[in-house]
Design a protein around this ligand. Structure first.
Ligand SMILES: Cc1cc2nc3c(=O)[nH]c(=O)nc-3n(C[C@H](O)[C@H](O)[C@H](O)COP(=O)(O)O)c2cc1C
Length: 358
């Protein structure tokens, strides 16, 4: 049977799973030598991007899949189920580990720690047929991938992200989140996004830090000094053009409960790790997806009605680019391409911090 040290080793690797804004909405409990409980939470009470907890549920899925892959490295088969009586607000996932002679190390294992978000422009070299096949296989048969590859298609996505970024940067609720999740002046951060990984140049970073001191500064800067232009060009337009492809992951069935988002997270993490294995970097582009979740559920993003009206237009624009109807479900949107390893990245909370006793 596995001993506690083996389980600690598995969890130490699993904690490298990605989460929105590096929030790591999970705590670990070692219940026995064959049983780990993952206590999930979400950030919907303060994070506008965590619509109904979906982004956190996707992260839970990424963690569970990473744990399974990590366990395969020590010959253990991991399977999980939601604990009875727990729900989307505080889900507990019971993971059972069993030795299995036929468990081979998952080919994605070597990429768990090196996988990282790349927010800077990438090479535009087109994806090869093998790379696309590897990405499609990674997500399994419950998801389909739509690729946006030629320059004209990447331009349409760049336009979508440009419009989406205007909403993001002129929405007070999003400003409060950005202020909380960026670690200024940092190259690495245990539980936030270090400013150098955000993807702007050093001068813009300094300016952003100054402007983001207060919402009043942001509003003034946006209104009179075209303050959204530099970040939108650097964070949205140039990266949107500078990639091999944008990839939209669509569930084949409309999600009917929060576990469907957890399953989307399993597929997302396999997609991301498969991209790493294929020599590609990836950046999620979730804001248009999230704003569309709000619009299609007729839920307000902001106390400012202009933002809510704009989110409806953005959802229509997104659907027009994809050729879809308003009821088509979208789970994950990202761009991929060849790029250098990012010089700055998010790290993780220490395992001791993530472990809780029963
Ligand atoms: C559900 C989800 C949504 C995310 N959305 C975005 C996004 O819209 N833009 C972005 O740049 N990064 C996004 N990220 C990336 C996270 O910020 C990143 O994974 C986290 O900070 C940890 O960094 P790492 O992936 O480099 O380890 C998202 C990640 C997840 C899991």
């Amino acid at each position: 049977m596995a001993d506690r040290d083996t389980l600690l080793k598995i969890l130490d690797l699993a904690r490298w799973a990605p989460s929105g804004d590096n929030t790591q909405p999970w705590r670990f409990e070692i219940v026995s030598d064959t049983h780990i409980a993952i206590h999930g939470h979400d950030t919907r009470d303060w994070c506008v991007y965590d619509f109904r907890g979906h982004a956190s549920h996707i992260a839970h899925g990424a963690l569970l899949e990473t744990l399974r892959i990590a366990a395969s490295g020590v010959g253990l088969a991991a399977s999980w189920r939601l604990r009875d009586g727990t729900d989307d607000l505080a889900p507990i996932y019971d993971v059972t580990l069993a030795p299995a002679a036929q468990v081979a190390a998952d080919p994605l294992l070597p990429y768990i720690e090196s996988r990282s978000v790349q927010r800077r422009p990438m090479k535009t070299r087109p994806l090869t047929a093998e790379q696309k096949l590897a990405l499609e296989r990674a997500v399994g048969d419950q998801f389909v991938l739509q690729f946006f590859e030629p320059l004209a298609r990447r331009r349409q996505v760049a336009r979508l992200l440009w419009d989406s970024a205007y909403l993001r940067l002129s929405c007070r609720e999003a400003f409060e989140v950005h202020r909380r999740v960026i670690e200024w002046g940092a190259r690495f951060s245990d539980d936030k996004i270090p400013a150098q990984a955000v993807g702007v140049d050093a001068v813009t970073e300094k300016l952003m830090r100054w402007v983001m001191h207060s919402w009043e500064r942001v509003a003034f800067f946006n209104k009179y000094l075209a303050g959204t232009i530099a970040p939108r060009v650097q964070l949205d337009v140039l990266p949107a053009l500078g990639c091999a492809a944008h990839v939209l992951m669509k569930p084949v069935r409309v999600p009917s409960g929060f576990l469907d988002y957890v399953h989307a997270g399993l597929a997302m993490q396999r997609l991301w790790l498969a991209a790493s294995a294929a020599g590609l970097h990836l950046q999620p582009e979730m804001t248009p997806v999230i704003f569309r979740w709000y619009a299609r559920n007729r839920a307000p993003i902001s106390a400012d009605p202009r933002i809510n009206v704009a989110s409806e237009r953005l959802a229509q624009q997104f659907e027009a680019v994809c050729g879809d109807s308003p009821d088509a479900p979208y789970a994950f949107f990202c761009r991929v391409g060849v790029a250098p390893v990012p010089a700055s990245r998010s790290l993780r909370l220490k395992l001791e911090t993530l472990l809780r006793s029963a």
